[in-house]
Design a protein around this ligand. Structure first.
Ligand code: S3P
Length: 447
């Protein structure tokens, strides 16, 4: 077992660091990885994927698509071939176990409803208390037959025919939009999703790449996606771009650890995903960008981050969908900035892998950083470079992003920071420790 893989379970401590340096290629994007397996399994013919994120969440989606009848085969590191079912899925004989993944389960609910098959969904402790009614409600309006345990998993669908609907999700959620659009592929008639605030558009973009017909209109920060079912997709080649949400951890570490300079390659540059980068630039971050290759129809860029004296900013609520997974690590950056960082409109953070708003506040509190927690926001009162005392133990609550954020905080604090469990990091970023150790981050397990 390598040093990095040994760190992927149990408690891990990050010690104050100096001069992180090095470069690596960003891990494959989680959202695009899930969708490649799903669309590949639904399509007619073969889909070849390279750079797939081989994290637990994504692998569970691959297993689910195989249980639904697709042939899903790994041919090398990050290389996968999917033989699709041309829309005709089988009813699985076991419950589909989506593990920790909200994206996996919600998108697959749309798939199963649209394909008209019986299926049951289960997940781990964290996923089993997350809200599923946000997806089963619109799917039921389309004619699906879901039974849940009080709006949570386990959930069961009984096969039925669907009809398209027009739906305006009450919350900004790409998972909700995607579930409805995927169900719409198998429904009769027009399915339309009207978002007041546009969320990540990977499903729409990839549906087009897979030969689907979908119309996307954008206006005043909103998005309307319309498609007519039934439709059969065609298998494609997908080269998965790097994940801006995962790249965020090492980049924030470099910005907050004195003397650091790092480079991360092939990071997806999609408007709906880069709110953190806009915010860090506003905070005075020394981030430099160079164009990278276009991958899966997405622009990418190489990003260099150098240690910077950051200052607090106000993050507008309308930016939230484009950085929804990045608030914990932004809170960590803000703790070492000068002045206040105000983050508002964050009620959705309470429905993530854990209550991430409370989790971020507790992470800061355990390390004597200063902040004010609101019902739907967090105000971090920065202590300046090297100003966070640290020395605490972070409760990770089955939440990979809290674990990685806690460790990044430890690198820039005065005293080591321990996170109580790291096993969940493998759900989204199994190479996290390999990348951080290679940059020179002092992290140790066996505590
Ligand atoms: C995702 C959408 C977001 C995000 C998640 C991935 C996706 O969730 O938090 O990590 O791939 O569609 P919501 O749709 O719940 O905001």
């Amino acid at each position: 077992m390598t040093q990095a893989s040994a760190l992927l379970s149990g408690a891990v401590r990050a010690r104050p660091a100096t001069e992180l340096s090095g470069r690596f290629r960003a891990p494959g994007d989680k959202s695009i990885s899930h969708r490649s397996l799903i669309l590949g399994g639904l399509a007619r013919g073969e889909t070849r994927i390279s750079g797939l994120l081989e994290s637990e969440d994504v692998l569970n989606t691959g297993k689910a698509m195989a249980a639904l009848g697709a042939q899903v085969e790994r041919t090398g590191e990050g290389q996968w071939i999917v033989q699709g079912r041309a829309g005709e899925l089988n009813a699985p004989d076991q419950p589909l176990d989506c593990g920790n993944s909200g994206t996996g389960v919600r998108l697959l609910m749309g798939v199963v409803a649209g394909a008209g098959v019986d299926a049951e969904f289960v997940g781990d402790e964290s996923l089993s208390v997350r809200p599923m009614a946000r997806v089963t409600r619109p799917l039921s309006q389309m004619g699906a037959n879901f039974e849940t345990r009080d709006g949570c998993l386990p959930a069961k669908n009984r096969a039925s025919a669907l009809t398209g609907i027009t739906y305006a999700p009450p919350i900004a959620s790409a998972q909700v939009k995607s579930a409805i659009l995927l169900a719409g592929l198998g429904a009769n008639g027009i399915t339309r999703v009207e978002e007041a605030r546009a969320t990540r558009d990977h499903t729409e973009t990839m549906l087009t790449a897979f030969g689907g017909e979908i119309d996307v209109q954008r206006e005043n920060g909103g998005l309307i996606a319309t498609l007519k079912g039934p439709q059969i997709l065609t298998g494609q080649t997908v080269d998965v771009p790097g994940d801006p949400s995962s790249a965020a951890f090492a980049l924030v570490a470099a910005l907050t650890v004195p003397g650091s300079s790092i480079r991360i390659e092939n990071v997806m540059d999609n408007e709906a995903r880069i709110g953190l980068y806009t915010t860090l630039l506003e905070m005075g971050a020394d981030l430099r960008f160079e164009p990278g290759p276009v991958m899966a129809g997405e622009r990418t860029r190489h990003i260099e981050a150098r240690f910077s004296t950051l200052h607090g900013v106000e993050v507008p609520p309308e930016r939230a969908p484009s950085m929804i997974d990045e608030y914990p690590v932004l809170s960590v950056a803000a703790a070492s900035a000068e002045g206040e960082t105000r983050m508002m409109g964050l009620e959705e953070l309470r429905a993530k892998e854990s209550d991430r708003l409370a989790g971020s506040a507790d992470l800061l509190a355990a390390n004597s950083a200063r902040f004010e927690l609101l019902d739907d926001g967090l105000i971090v009162k920065g202590l300046g470079v090297g100003g966070v005392p640290g020395g605490g133990v972070v409760e990770t609550r089955h939440d990979h992003r809290l674990a990685m954020s806690g460790l990044v905080l430890g690198l820039a604090a005065q005293n080591p920071v321990t996170v109580d469990e790291t096993v969940m990091i493998a759900t989204s970023y199994p190479d996290f420790f390999a990348h951080m150790l290679a940059l020179g981050a002092p992290m140790e397990g066996g505590i």
